[in-house]
Write a protein that binds this ligand. Structure first.
Ligand code: HEM
Length: 387
């Protein structure tokens, strides 16, 4: 009897065989472990993303949603409120703002790489990517330097779940509470001394002449920190893992760094960090012989849609020349990642520098310690031997 349990270590470590069975045999599957339907085919996911009226985010978008987030921020509201909230933040992610970030990002990356020079072996996550991605995000959001590592630790904890109880454990909730307190402290400071940073501008913003509710300000700040730290950090690790596992691709990128952007797109398709998100149905939907009912939750298995052979030929082949247009690595529809441009730029700069300093590396562990998360997927440690 087939089951799909996103809390299980087996799914954490390799969801792809499960996804294949889901797509081929159970394209609209009720997971009793997750207590929700699972959509796994690319076409079905795209149709759902284009129909937010039916596939609502207002009851949360994380597979295991955190308390109080539903209905209060970008990933957890529907239009029109969502679109207005998003418009307030979107301008911070424009190309002009991004251009001013490129040089500081490169300088931060180089400084951390300098610390690693001469090492025979290091943990890519602990010694490099978690540090660099948190610093980049802090710079982007204008958060105080020095807090980045503790914030990163809490962000990673709050997106995890307990595999035994199939829910968030006290340590995950405590990390989330810590993060909201941290966001509240930042907000209070910025209100006293507003700057021209993204967060200060956001706090004073109004929608249709109405000030944002305190809860929206708090949870949007928390979400930007959490989504930014976890997604950017996790994806950077997954890209590095691909470059360790596919040495030919890595050699091509070393010889021709102009291919790095194409390789990033392929990694976003092949095994991105944001594997599964959640929606809630506002009305009954009949699909593939099943009837999902209004009020049911639906798991949007983007990681599966990205491996759907109905959309991407030879989907299990990692091919940096594929140019996988329309992949679901950044989601899609009204909730598509609003930071995709800055994320692409940051990852490109990180690997332009990393591959120049370390053109040849291989992984040390065969079994990786995968993060226990129902939404995100990345190893918590990734040791590289430098060749
Ligand atoms: C490579 C890195 C990243 C990846 C792979 C990624 C992936 C995603 C995905 C898949 C979604 C859609 C979620 C859904 O369908 O419910 C999303 C949404 C979002 N992401 Fe990212 N993300 C990345 C970086 C970032 C960064 C750096 C930030 C913040 C600074 C960020 C902030 C957000 C926000 C706020 C949303 C919600 C947008 C909305 O609902 O309108 N992401 N991201």
């Amino acid at each position: 009897m087939f089951s799909f349990d996103p809390y299980s270590p087996a799914v954490d470590s390799d969801p792809f065989p499960f996804y294949r069975t889901l797509r081929d045999e159970y394209p609209c599957f009720w997971s009793s472990e997750a207590n929700m339907w699972v959509l796994s085919r690319y076409a079905d996911l795209m149709a759902a993303l284009g129909n937010w009226q039916t596939y609502s985010s207002a009851r949360g978008n994380l597979m295991d949603e955190l308390p109080n987030r539903a209905g209060a921020t970008l990933g957890t509201t529907d239009p029109p409120r969502h679109d207005r909230l998003r418009a307030l933040i979107q301008h911070a992610f424009t190309k002009r703002n991004l251009d001013t970030l490129a040089d500081p990002i490169r300088a931060m990356v180089r400084a951390l790489i300098d610390n690693l020079r001469g090492a025979q072996q290091f943990d890519f996550v602990g010694d490099f990517s978690s540090k660099v991605t948190a610093k980049i995000l802090f710079r982007m959001l204008g958060l105080p330097e020095g807090d980045d590592q503790i914030v990163r630790e809490r962000a990673v904890l709050m997106v995890q779940s307990d595999a035994k109880t199939r829910q968030k454990g006290p340590e995950h909730i405590a990390a989330y509470n810590w993060m909201t307190d941290y966001a509240a402290k930042i907000i209070a400071e910025r209100r006293k001394n507003p700057g021209d940073d993204l967060l200060s501008q956001f706090f004073v913003a109004e929608i249709d002449g109405e000030r944002l509710a305190e809860r929206e300000v708090l949870l949007t700040t928390t979400t930007l920190i959490m989504a930014g730290v976890e997604s950017l950090g996790g994806f950077t690790v997954m890209f590095a893992l691909n470059l360790a596992d596919f040495a030919d691709a890595r050699r091509e990128l070393v010889a021709n760094p102009a291919l790095i952007p194409d390789a990033i797109e392929e990694s976003l398709r092949y095994n991105t960090s944001g594997q599964r998100f959640r929606r809630c149905l506002t009305k009954d939907v009949a699909l593939h012989g099943q009837t999902m009912q209004a009020g049911d939750f639906v798991c949007m298995a983007y990681g599966s849609g990205n491996r759907d052979e109905r959309q991407f030929p030879n989907p299990d082949v990692y091919d940096i020349r594929r140019k996988p247009r329309g992949h679901l690595g950044f989601g899609g529809g009204v909730h598509a990642c609003l930071a995709s441009m800055v994320a692409r730029m940051a990852v490109r700069i990180i690997f332009e520098e990393f591959l120049q300093a370390f053109p040849d590396f291989s992984r040390v562990q065969q079994q990786l310690p995968w993060m226990p998360s129902t939404t995100f997927r990345s190893p918590m440690r990734l040791d590289f031997a430098i060749n």
